[in-house]
Design a protein around this ligand. Structure first.
Ligand code: SF4
Ligand code: FES
Length: 243
């Protein structure tokens, strides 16, 4: 069929309940917007429609539009998602409730301050990484079996979903622990003793309750909960070798 003759996708209207917050002293609240959507309209596109057509002051963050940059994380109908790859049509028929990710300081509407997310990581934090392979290295046997922590897009969804972080902000949380395990897994000159000591702290690997909510929330298949369990095994082995 000539694509010029394809019918236009049907447009329907959905109600978005958007969490609003500003630092002007007013309490947080929900505001409702009626938004036109078609098949394939994402939550991010619906929010951008609100900003263009209803309220230019709506605070939200995004960049890549394809699940790579990690900036559009939010809670939609109570679940942590990337808004750029979440279809409104996949969210049932009722109103769609949109909130910022939890467990991080709120700046405005759907925008949180990620500084305390990065502050949880063992040093050096993974803000900027150099190339993947040390120049003198060879690909190890079975490289396909490696799950690379570099798949982490630093979206903070695991931190938002973690029930332990929700009750104890001193817990370093899943992403940082998964990063530490990755540093131990493939040594690139990392200070193993320092990482093990960091991970053995009261607020680190042993604080996890193994709820696995972080793995459920992670959009990038990092599987942080499994990595925390692997980190614990490393800690036990280390204790036995230094005994
Ligand atoms: S581990 Fe997954 S959920 Fe957590 S910050 Fe990285 S990509 Fe996001
Ligand atoms: S806009 Fe980059 S992950 Fe969604």
């Amino acid at each position: 069929m000539d694509t010029a003759t394809l019918p236009e996708p049907a447009t329907t209207t959905r109600t978005l309940r958007v969490s609003r917050f500003s630092r002007d002293g007013r309490p947080p609240r929900f505001e409702e917007f009626e938004v036109p959507v078609t098949e394939g309209t994402t939550v991010l596109e619906a929010l951008r429609w609100i900003r263009v057509h209803r309220d230019a002051a709506l605070g939200l963050r995004h960049s890549c539009f394809h699940a790579s940059c990690g900036t559009c994380g939010m809670r939609v109908n109570g679940r942590e998602v990337l808004a750029c790859v979440t279809d409104v049509a996949s969210l049932g028929q009722g109103p769609v409730t949109i909130e910022p990710i939890a467990n991080l300081p709120l700046l405005q509407d759907l925008v949180v301050d990620m500084a305390s997310f990065y502050a949880r990581f063992p040093l050096p934090p993974p803000l900027v990484r150099t190339s993947e392979l040390v120049s003198a290295s060879e690909l190890p046997e079975g490289i396909d079996a490696h799950e690379r922590f570099e798949d982490c897009i630093e979206c903070g969804l695991c931190l938002s979903a973690c029930p332990v972080v929700a009750t104890d902000e001193t817990y370093v949380g899943p992403a940082a622990l998964a990063y530490a395990q990755r540093l131990l897994e493939e040594d690139r000159g990392a200070d193993r003793a320092a990482i093990l000591s960091w991970a053995d702290d009261d607020n680190a690997a042993w604080r996890c309750h193994a709820a696995f909510e972080c793995t459920e929330a992670c959009p990038s298949d990092v599987r942080p909960a499994e990595r925390i369990m692997a980190l614990r095994r490393e800690l036990v082995l280390h204790r036995e070798t230094v005994r």
